[in-house]
Write a protein that binds this ligand. Structure first.
Ligand code: TXA
Ligand code: MG
Length: 301
């Protein structure tokens, strides 16, 4: 089948309440018609995710924002025009008709226009919002390639669209635009400084606490994973451990983020005693990577 034929099939699955996993530039998403509560319920069931964790609605075009958000400020529009399509999710007050199932009971709705060409084609062909969390089981590492989606969810998904390795590799930056002072709730590769300079204001500190999905066990491999400063690795390494260094993945945050989840997933599939991860620099451009590493390293410490 050609890509076009796959997109057509995906649209017909979404229209009949099914689930389609699709690539975005961040991670693969598990998609359903955002207006179909029964289809949305399947997302929660397949992921084994609590109903209080809202889903991001993916759109093809800025003009669709008003279908979902009741208030779109100048600032929100400015961010949309600057960073979309791309790895940014904005929380806006939701329209009254938008289902509580998609918003996880919140009065806000997360919106994002992804830039991966397959996500774009799918969204354009579907013509309305597609709700999609990352296509992994609750608390697992997000999938950044199609085979990883299959490893996570198997045949519980009606179709997995193949789109290669995700370019960015970490989930989108989430910014709450529902008050006068925008707050970053989940750091991503679009950093606070870039957003602040577009808005012409400084952002109040990133508070991860407020995102329902900022669960302490998010993004964690099953293998015990520990974060160590470079000079501690030789001292603490034991037989059976494996070490993931900055050199292994890439010297810039972009290269590193692109490869991180695949590396964690592949190491997790082997029988190592522990995964030791070399700590990354404390500079702002590494913030999203540091955030995911600190979560990956919380289990079994
Ligand atoms: O890059 C991404 O954002 C990917 C791709 C597929 O777009 N999606 C993604 O979705 O990471 P998910 O559900 O795995 O993570 C979204 C996080 C969750 O922790 C969720 O609770 C939070 O965002 N979230 C979404 N909408 C929200 C809302 N209205 N209020 C508070 N938190 C929200
Ligand atoms: Mg997720």
């Amino acid at each position: 089948m050609t890509t076009n034929q796959y997109i057509k099939r995906a649209v017909s699955i979404l229209n009949t309440g099914g689930l389609v996993a699709f690539p975005t530039e961040t991670v693969y998403g598990l998609g359903a018609d955002a207006r179909n509560d029964a289809a949305l319920a399947k997302i929660y069931a397949v992921k084994e995710r609590p109903a209080s964790h809202p889903l991001i609605v993916h759109l093809a075009d800025i003009s669709q924002m008003q279908d979902w958000a009741s208030v779109i400020t100048e600032e929100a529009l400015l961010l949309a025009r600057t960073f979309w399509p791309g790895p940014l999710t904005m929380l806006l007050p939701k329209k009254a008709h938008v289902s509580e199932v998609v918003s996880g009971g919140q009065k806000t709705i997360g919106l994002r226009i992804p830039r991966h060409p397959i996500a774009q084609s799918l969204l354009q062909a579907f013509g309305d919002g597609i709700a999609a969390p990352s296509a992994n089981k609750f608390t697992h590492v997000s999938p950044t390639y199609a085979k990883a989606v299959y490893e996570e969810l198997g045949d519980q998904v009606d179709l997995i669209l193949e789109g290669g390795d995700c370019e960015v590799g970490l989930e989108s930056t989430i910014i709450d635009m529902t008050s006068d002072a925008p707050v970053i709730l989940r750091p991503g590769m679009i950093g606070a400084e870039a957003i602040a300079s577009v808005l012409g204001m400084s952002l109040t500190g990133c508070s991860n606490q407020r995102v329902p999905g900022a669960h302490p066990l998010h993004y964690a491999p099953n293998t015990t994973t520990i974060l160590l400063a470079a000079d501690q690795i030789a001292k603490q390494r034991r037989e059976g451990d494996t070490v993931l260094t900055i050199k292994n993945l890439g010297e810039t945050p972009e290269l590193y983020a692109h490869k991180l989840y695949k590396a964690l997933r592949e190491l997790d599939n082997q029988q190592f005693a522990r995964i030791i991860v070399e700590d990354v620099p404390l500079t702002p451009e590494w913030e999203a990577v540091r955030d995911r590493l600190s979560k990956a390293c919380m289990r079994k410490l």
